[in-house]
Ligand binder design. Sequence first.
Ligand code: NAP
Length: 279
Amino acid sequence: MITAQTRLAAVIGSPVEHSLSPIIHNAAFAALGVDGVYVALEVAPGHAAEAVSAMRMFDWFGLSVTMPHKHEVIDACDVLTDTAQTLEAVNCVFWSDGKIVGDNTDGHGFLRGLRADLGVDVEAKKCVVVGAGGAAKAVVLALADAGAERVAIINRSFERAEIAAGLAGDIGSVGEAADLVEADLVVNATSVGMASTELSAQMPFDVAALSAAAVVADLIYHPAETPLLAAARQRGLRHQNGLAMLVFQAVSQFERWTDLDAPADAMMAAAKAATGVQR
Ligand code: NAP
């Protein structure tokens, strides 16, 4: 029920009408009985700072930030976390000591999702990230911060792979097909395999190259099973889709906004129900 004390949280983006975030965060407010509501706000490019001003004026819990505002919102924040500064991308805005902080929870969310779903910890693991866009960079930085042994980046455009590899410092490199053979964890961070695109029937790399102990994570969650994940399942490899990352980056955001332990199970259940995946 909405009351006179109900506090708002919102995702800003364009387009934003298909976002799953309202379903995930409102499930969290409901599960904990917090008097909050989360809405999706269509914000045209060039207007992200006004959304942050609205948060300041109305004392909202915070904002999720999606395309195309992840860079633009930086200047509207009072401070940035190290992660957001390094990635030059903000996906979460929250209050801390009266200041508006810009953070990026994507990489941390990926790691939490991997641990929660598959019990996999990346410390001392040989990792390959396929792709070098915004999502890949967040994952590369998180893998390096979490103590991965090495992170090799394979990408269509070499220059972007080099930039992403730089985020992992000494343990980062531009990868090649041979890196797949030794990998403990391979992450698809390209849009290859995404539903309703010309890439939906394609695979970003050959699963046959992987060892039997390799874990495959696809950041795509639509469809729930990409051709890559179907091939991983058929080979008997441990695997997960992108729903875990989506939910756990939201878990991290909710915790920053409310200082509460987020109800991850309720958030995952809501996300799975919304995407038609049975628990
Ligand atoms: P992005 O910045 O546009 O990067 C796209 C990546 O895909 C680039 O590495 C690009 O390579 C590669 N790519 C595109 N078309 C390709 C093709 N035909 N062949 C080979 N590589 C191709 O996008 P993003 O925001 O990083 O998102 C990447 C993926 O992650 C998307 O599928 C998105 O849905 C998913 N994602 C999931 C979550 C989650 O919470 N689960 C969050 C964010 C993103 P080039 O560099 O050569 O162009």
